[in-house]
Design a protein around this ligand. Sequence first.
Ligand SMILES: *Cc1c(COP(=O)(O)O)cnc(C)c1O
Length: 358
Amino acid sequence: MSEYTITVIKNENPKSKPASDELKFGKYFTDHMFIQDYNMEKGWHNARIIPYQPVALDPAAMIFHYGQTVFEGLKAYRTKDNEIQLFRPNKNMERLNRSNDRICIPPIDEEFAIKAIKHLVKIDSDWIPAAEGTSLYIRPFIIATEPYLGVNPSATYQFIVILSPVGAYYESGINPVKIAVENNYVRAVKGGTGEAKTAGNYASSLKAQEVVAKEGYAQVLWLDGLEKKYIEEVGSMNVFFKIDGKVITPQLNGSILEGVTRNSVIEMLKHWDIPVVERKISMQEIYNAYESGKLEEAFGSGTAAVISPIGELAWGEKKIYINNGETGELSHKLYDTLTGIQYGKVEDPFGWIVKVSN
Ligand SMILES: *Cc1c(COP(=O)(O)O)cnc(C)c1O
């Protein structure tokens, strides 16, 4: 089924590339993009790599009205030996198809998509920055393109992949962030779309983010949508707590996004024989652990930030200070190991690395 045929049209007018120290997150885009169409008769077809360009859509295209869309996020890394590698791209493509299923988008061919991503990354490989901590962010996404205002799944789609060189998330090593626990708005509820990587989850999160940003907090920590007691995740990261020598992360419950980084953290902890459990955990339990001096570390995990230590949690009037606002030993070790594997500096005992060049 997945014979790999793809048309390539080279960009004859490549852009000038930003300097490594100008890179932010998702601000610059490379010279090419991948695009593939879907219709009922042909399924997914007409895969092509073309010059980066605007997408022309009918104003009635269903994506604009009902948000039928999914996305992914992964990175390509340049190693010291100038090799280019991806981190667990199969996990992202599996998740893309789980998101597709939830939003009634037809499944993609995962193997074909990984080949296309590698091909695109290779064509734009000059865009992959080499400076410490930089990488090429890969954004695959699917949009509903049928011009129709009825509420049902679109009959046509486009699968697109764009690339963006990104800077080091932390300018001076890893710095703990201040997080506000959200007691008013909710991100998702069980049965909703929380476990799908879809635009609507982000649109609904903006308000809470805007409110806490004014008070100096970097992100919100979401609680469960029913009782607002149990911890779900932080912004676009999954969350971990180290309490009395044990690592705890909220168990997947239908409203939490299953992060590739989350899964990798759990695997690394198991590999090191550090106790790790996935279970329901309440904010009250975190507060009690803090008061009894047992809350040792807290951190978020995600592709963009890798490991993001939490230095302070504001829970209504209560403030929780973690590890004196400093990066904990375990957070540091996880960050170093994960980035070490991604950049080819340390051995990958897990088989997570997929090389682009071959
Ligand atoms: C993408 C995402 C994450 C992190 O997933 P990774 O695969 O680790 O990058 C966590 N939470 C939300 C809501 C996300 O969209």
